[in-house]
Ligand binder design. Structure first.
Ligand SMILES: Nc1nc2c([nH]c(=O)n2[C@H]2C[C@H](O)[C@@H](COP(=O)(O)OP(=O)(O)OP(=O)(O)O)O2)c(=O)[nH]1
Length: 126
């Protein structure tokens, strides 16, 4: 099982979603930016580090939502979501191929990585 954090980032009252690129696992699927927890790293340190590495921005981490365990055909993940606020930095996509700033209704129309669907549902109902 791989442990992955992801951030639902509020950016000017919209939510940031990012699209995985062709060369990543789950190509072209939409997700919340984040990544694998390193040995000895806290979830919050992980999410802040991953967001800076992938997007070049600083965030303030807010609320932990319900983690999702999901079995993909070749691997299993525990995806741990946090809500967050954009704080500073110019957004740059260092790994993903696209992003959107969307409201809750627009988010649900994207082609999400399957593990994100329960997270999206919980967030939309908050
Ligand atoms: N960051 C993130 N990953 C997600 C989400 N949903 C989801 O299924 N995943 C999966 C995709 C990846 O397989 C894994 C996250 O790992 P990662 O992005 O750090 O690394 P990766 O597997 O793409 O690449 P690699 O380092 O193994 O080469 O979790 C999500 O919302 N955010």
């Amino acid at each position: 099982m791989i442990y992955v954090t992801c951030a639902i980032i509020n950016f000017d009252d919209k939510i940031l979603a990012v699209q995985r690129s062709e060369t990543m696992k789950l190509p072209f699927k939409w997700e919340f930016a984040g990544g694998k927890i390193e040995v000895g790293e806290s979830e919050i340190d992980c999410i802040k580090r991953e967001i800076f590495e992938e997007l070049n921005i600083q965030i303030e981490v807010k609320e932990r939502l319900t983690p999702v365990v999901h079995q993909y055909p070749n691997f299993k993940i525990k995806l741990i979501p946090y809500t967050a606020l954009y704080v500073s930095g110019d957004l740059k996509l260092r790994e993903h191929c696209d992003f959107v700033l969307a409201n809750k209704n627009e988010l649900i129309n994207l082609d999400w990585a399957e593990a994100d669907l329960p997270i999206l549902k919980e967030f939309v109902e908050l």
